[in-house]
Design a protein around this ligand. Sequence first.
Ligand SMILES: Cc1cc2nc3c(=O)[nH]c(=O)nc-3n(C[C@H](O)[C@H](O)[C@H](O)COP(=O)(O)O)c2cc1C
Length: 193
Amino acid sequence: MPQENSEISADDLATRLWQELTRAPHDRHHEWRTPILATQGIDASGPQARTVVIRHADAASWTLSIYTDARSPKCLELQSQPLAQLIFWSKRLNWQLRVSAVATVVVRGEQVEAAWERVRQSRAAADYLSTLPPGHIQAAGEPASSDSSESLSGHHLAVLSLKVSSMDWLALRQDGHRRAKLKPCGSLAWLVP
Ligand SMILES: Cc1cc2nc3c(=O)[nH]c(=O)nc-3n(C[C@H](O)[C@H](O)[C@H](O)COP(=O)(O)O)c2cc1C
């Protein structure tokens, strides 16, 4: 089991966590690249959780960005209730990170077009060009995917911008687990694991 967390100080912890978060979007093998995003479902459907890819992490503003299809249910859910949680687990570090955040669904403007410029030449571009929205119930005989081209309908890429309001860090260790709650203002409280 890695011992890295054994000597970590309160002052260093936020810096260390953001170091991992900012590395994740650039490293395909980083375990924190693909956290679980939990939202509140619409119409009493209960919590909704799904895997996403972290595309950008900004340590200065405590903001994380995710790309999605603007028509996906998670966008409607976040527009109705912007409070969300991201759950990260790293076997390498033996760390869980529960990130509470306030989400903004950005569907147009500079940020979205800059994201689309990055995505449009990649295979992932098809994810944002389908004619039918994600979650559409397919009728018998309807093709599994109904792809379109950008010139026909434009893209449906949206950026989920998550402003982090607190982080709950749990480090699993043989000689005693450690847990802390951190906030952007710099506050840190050690919690019983
Ligand atoms: C490894 C992995 C990465 C994924 N990354 C994303 C992502 O970055 N954005 C996204 O919208 N969906 C992503 N998905 C698909 C979602 O988990 C989900 O199935 C889809 O977005 C529909 O979610 P919704 O119906 O709750 O809106 C990913 C799935 C997997 C398995």
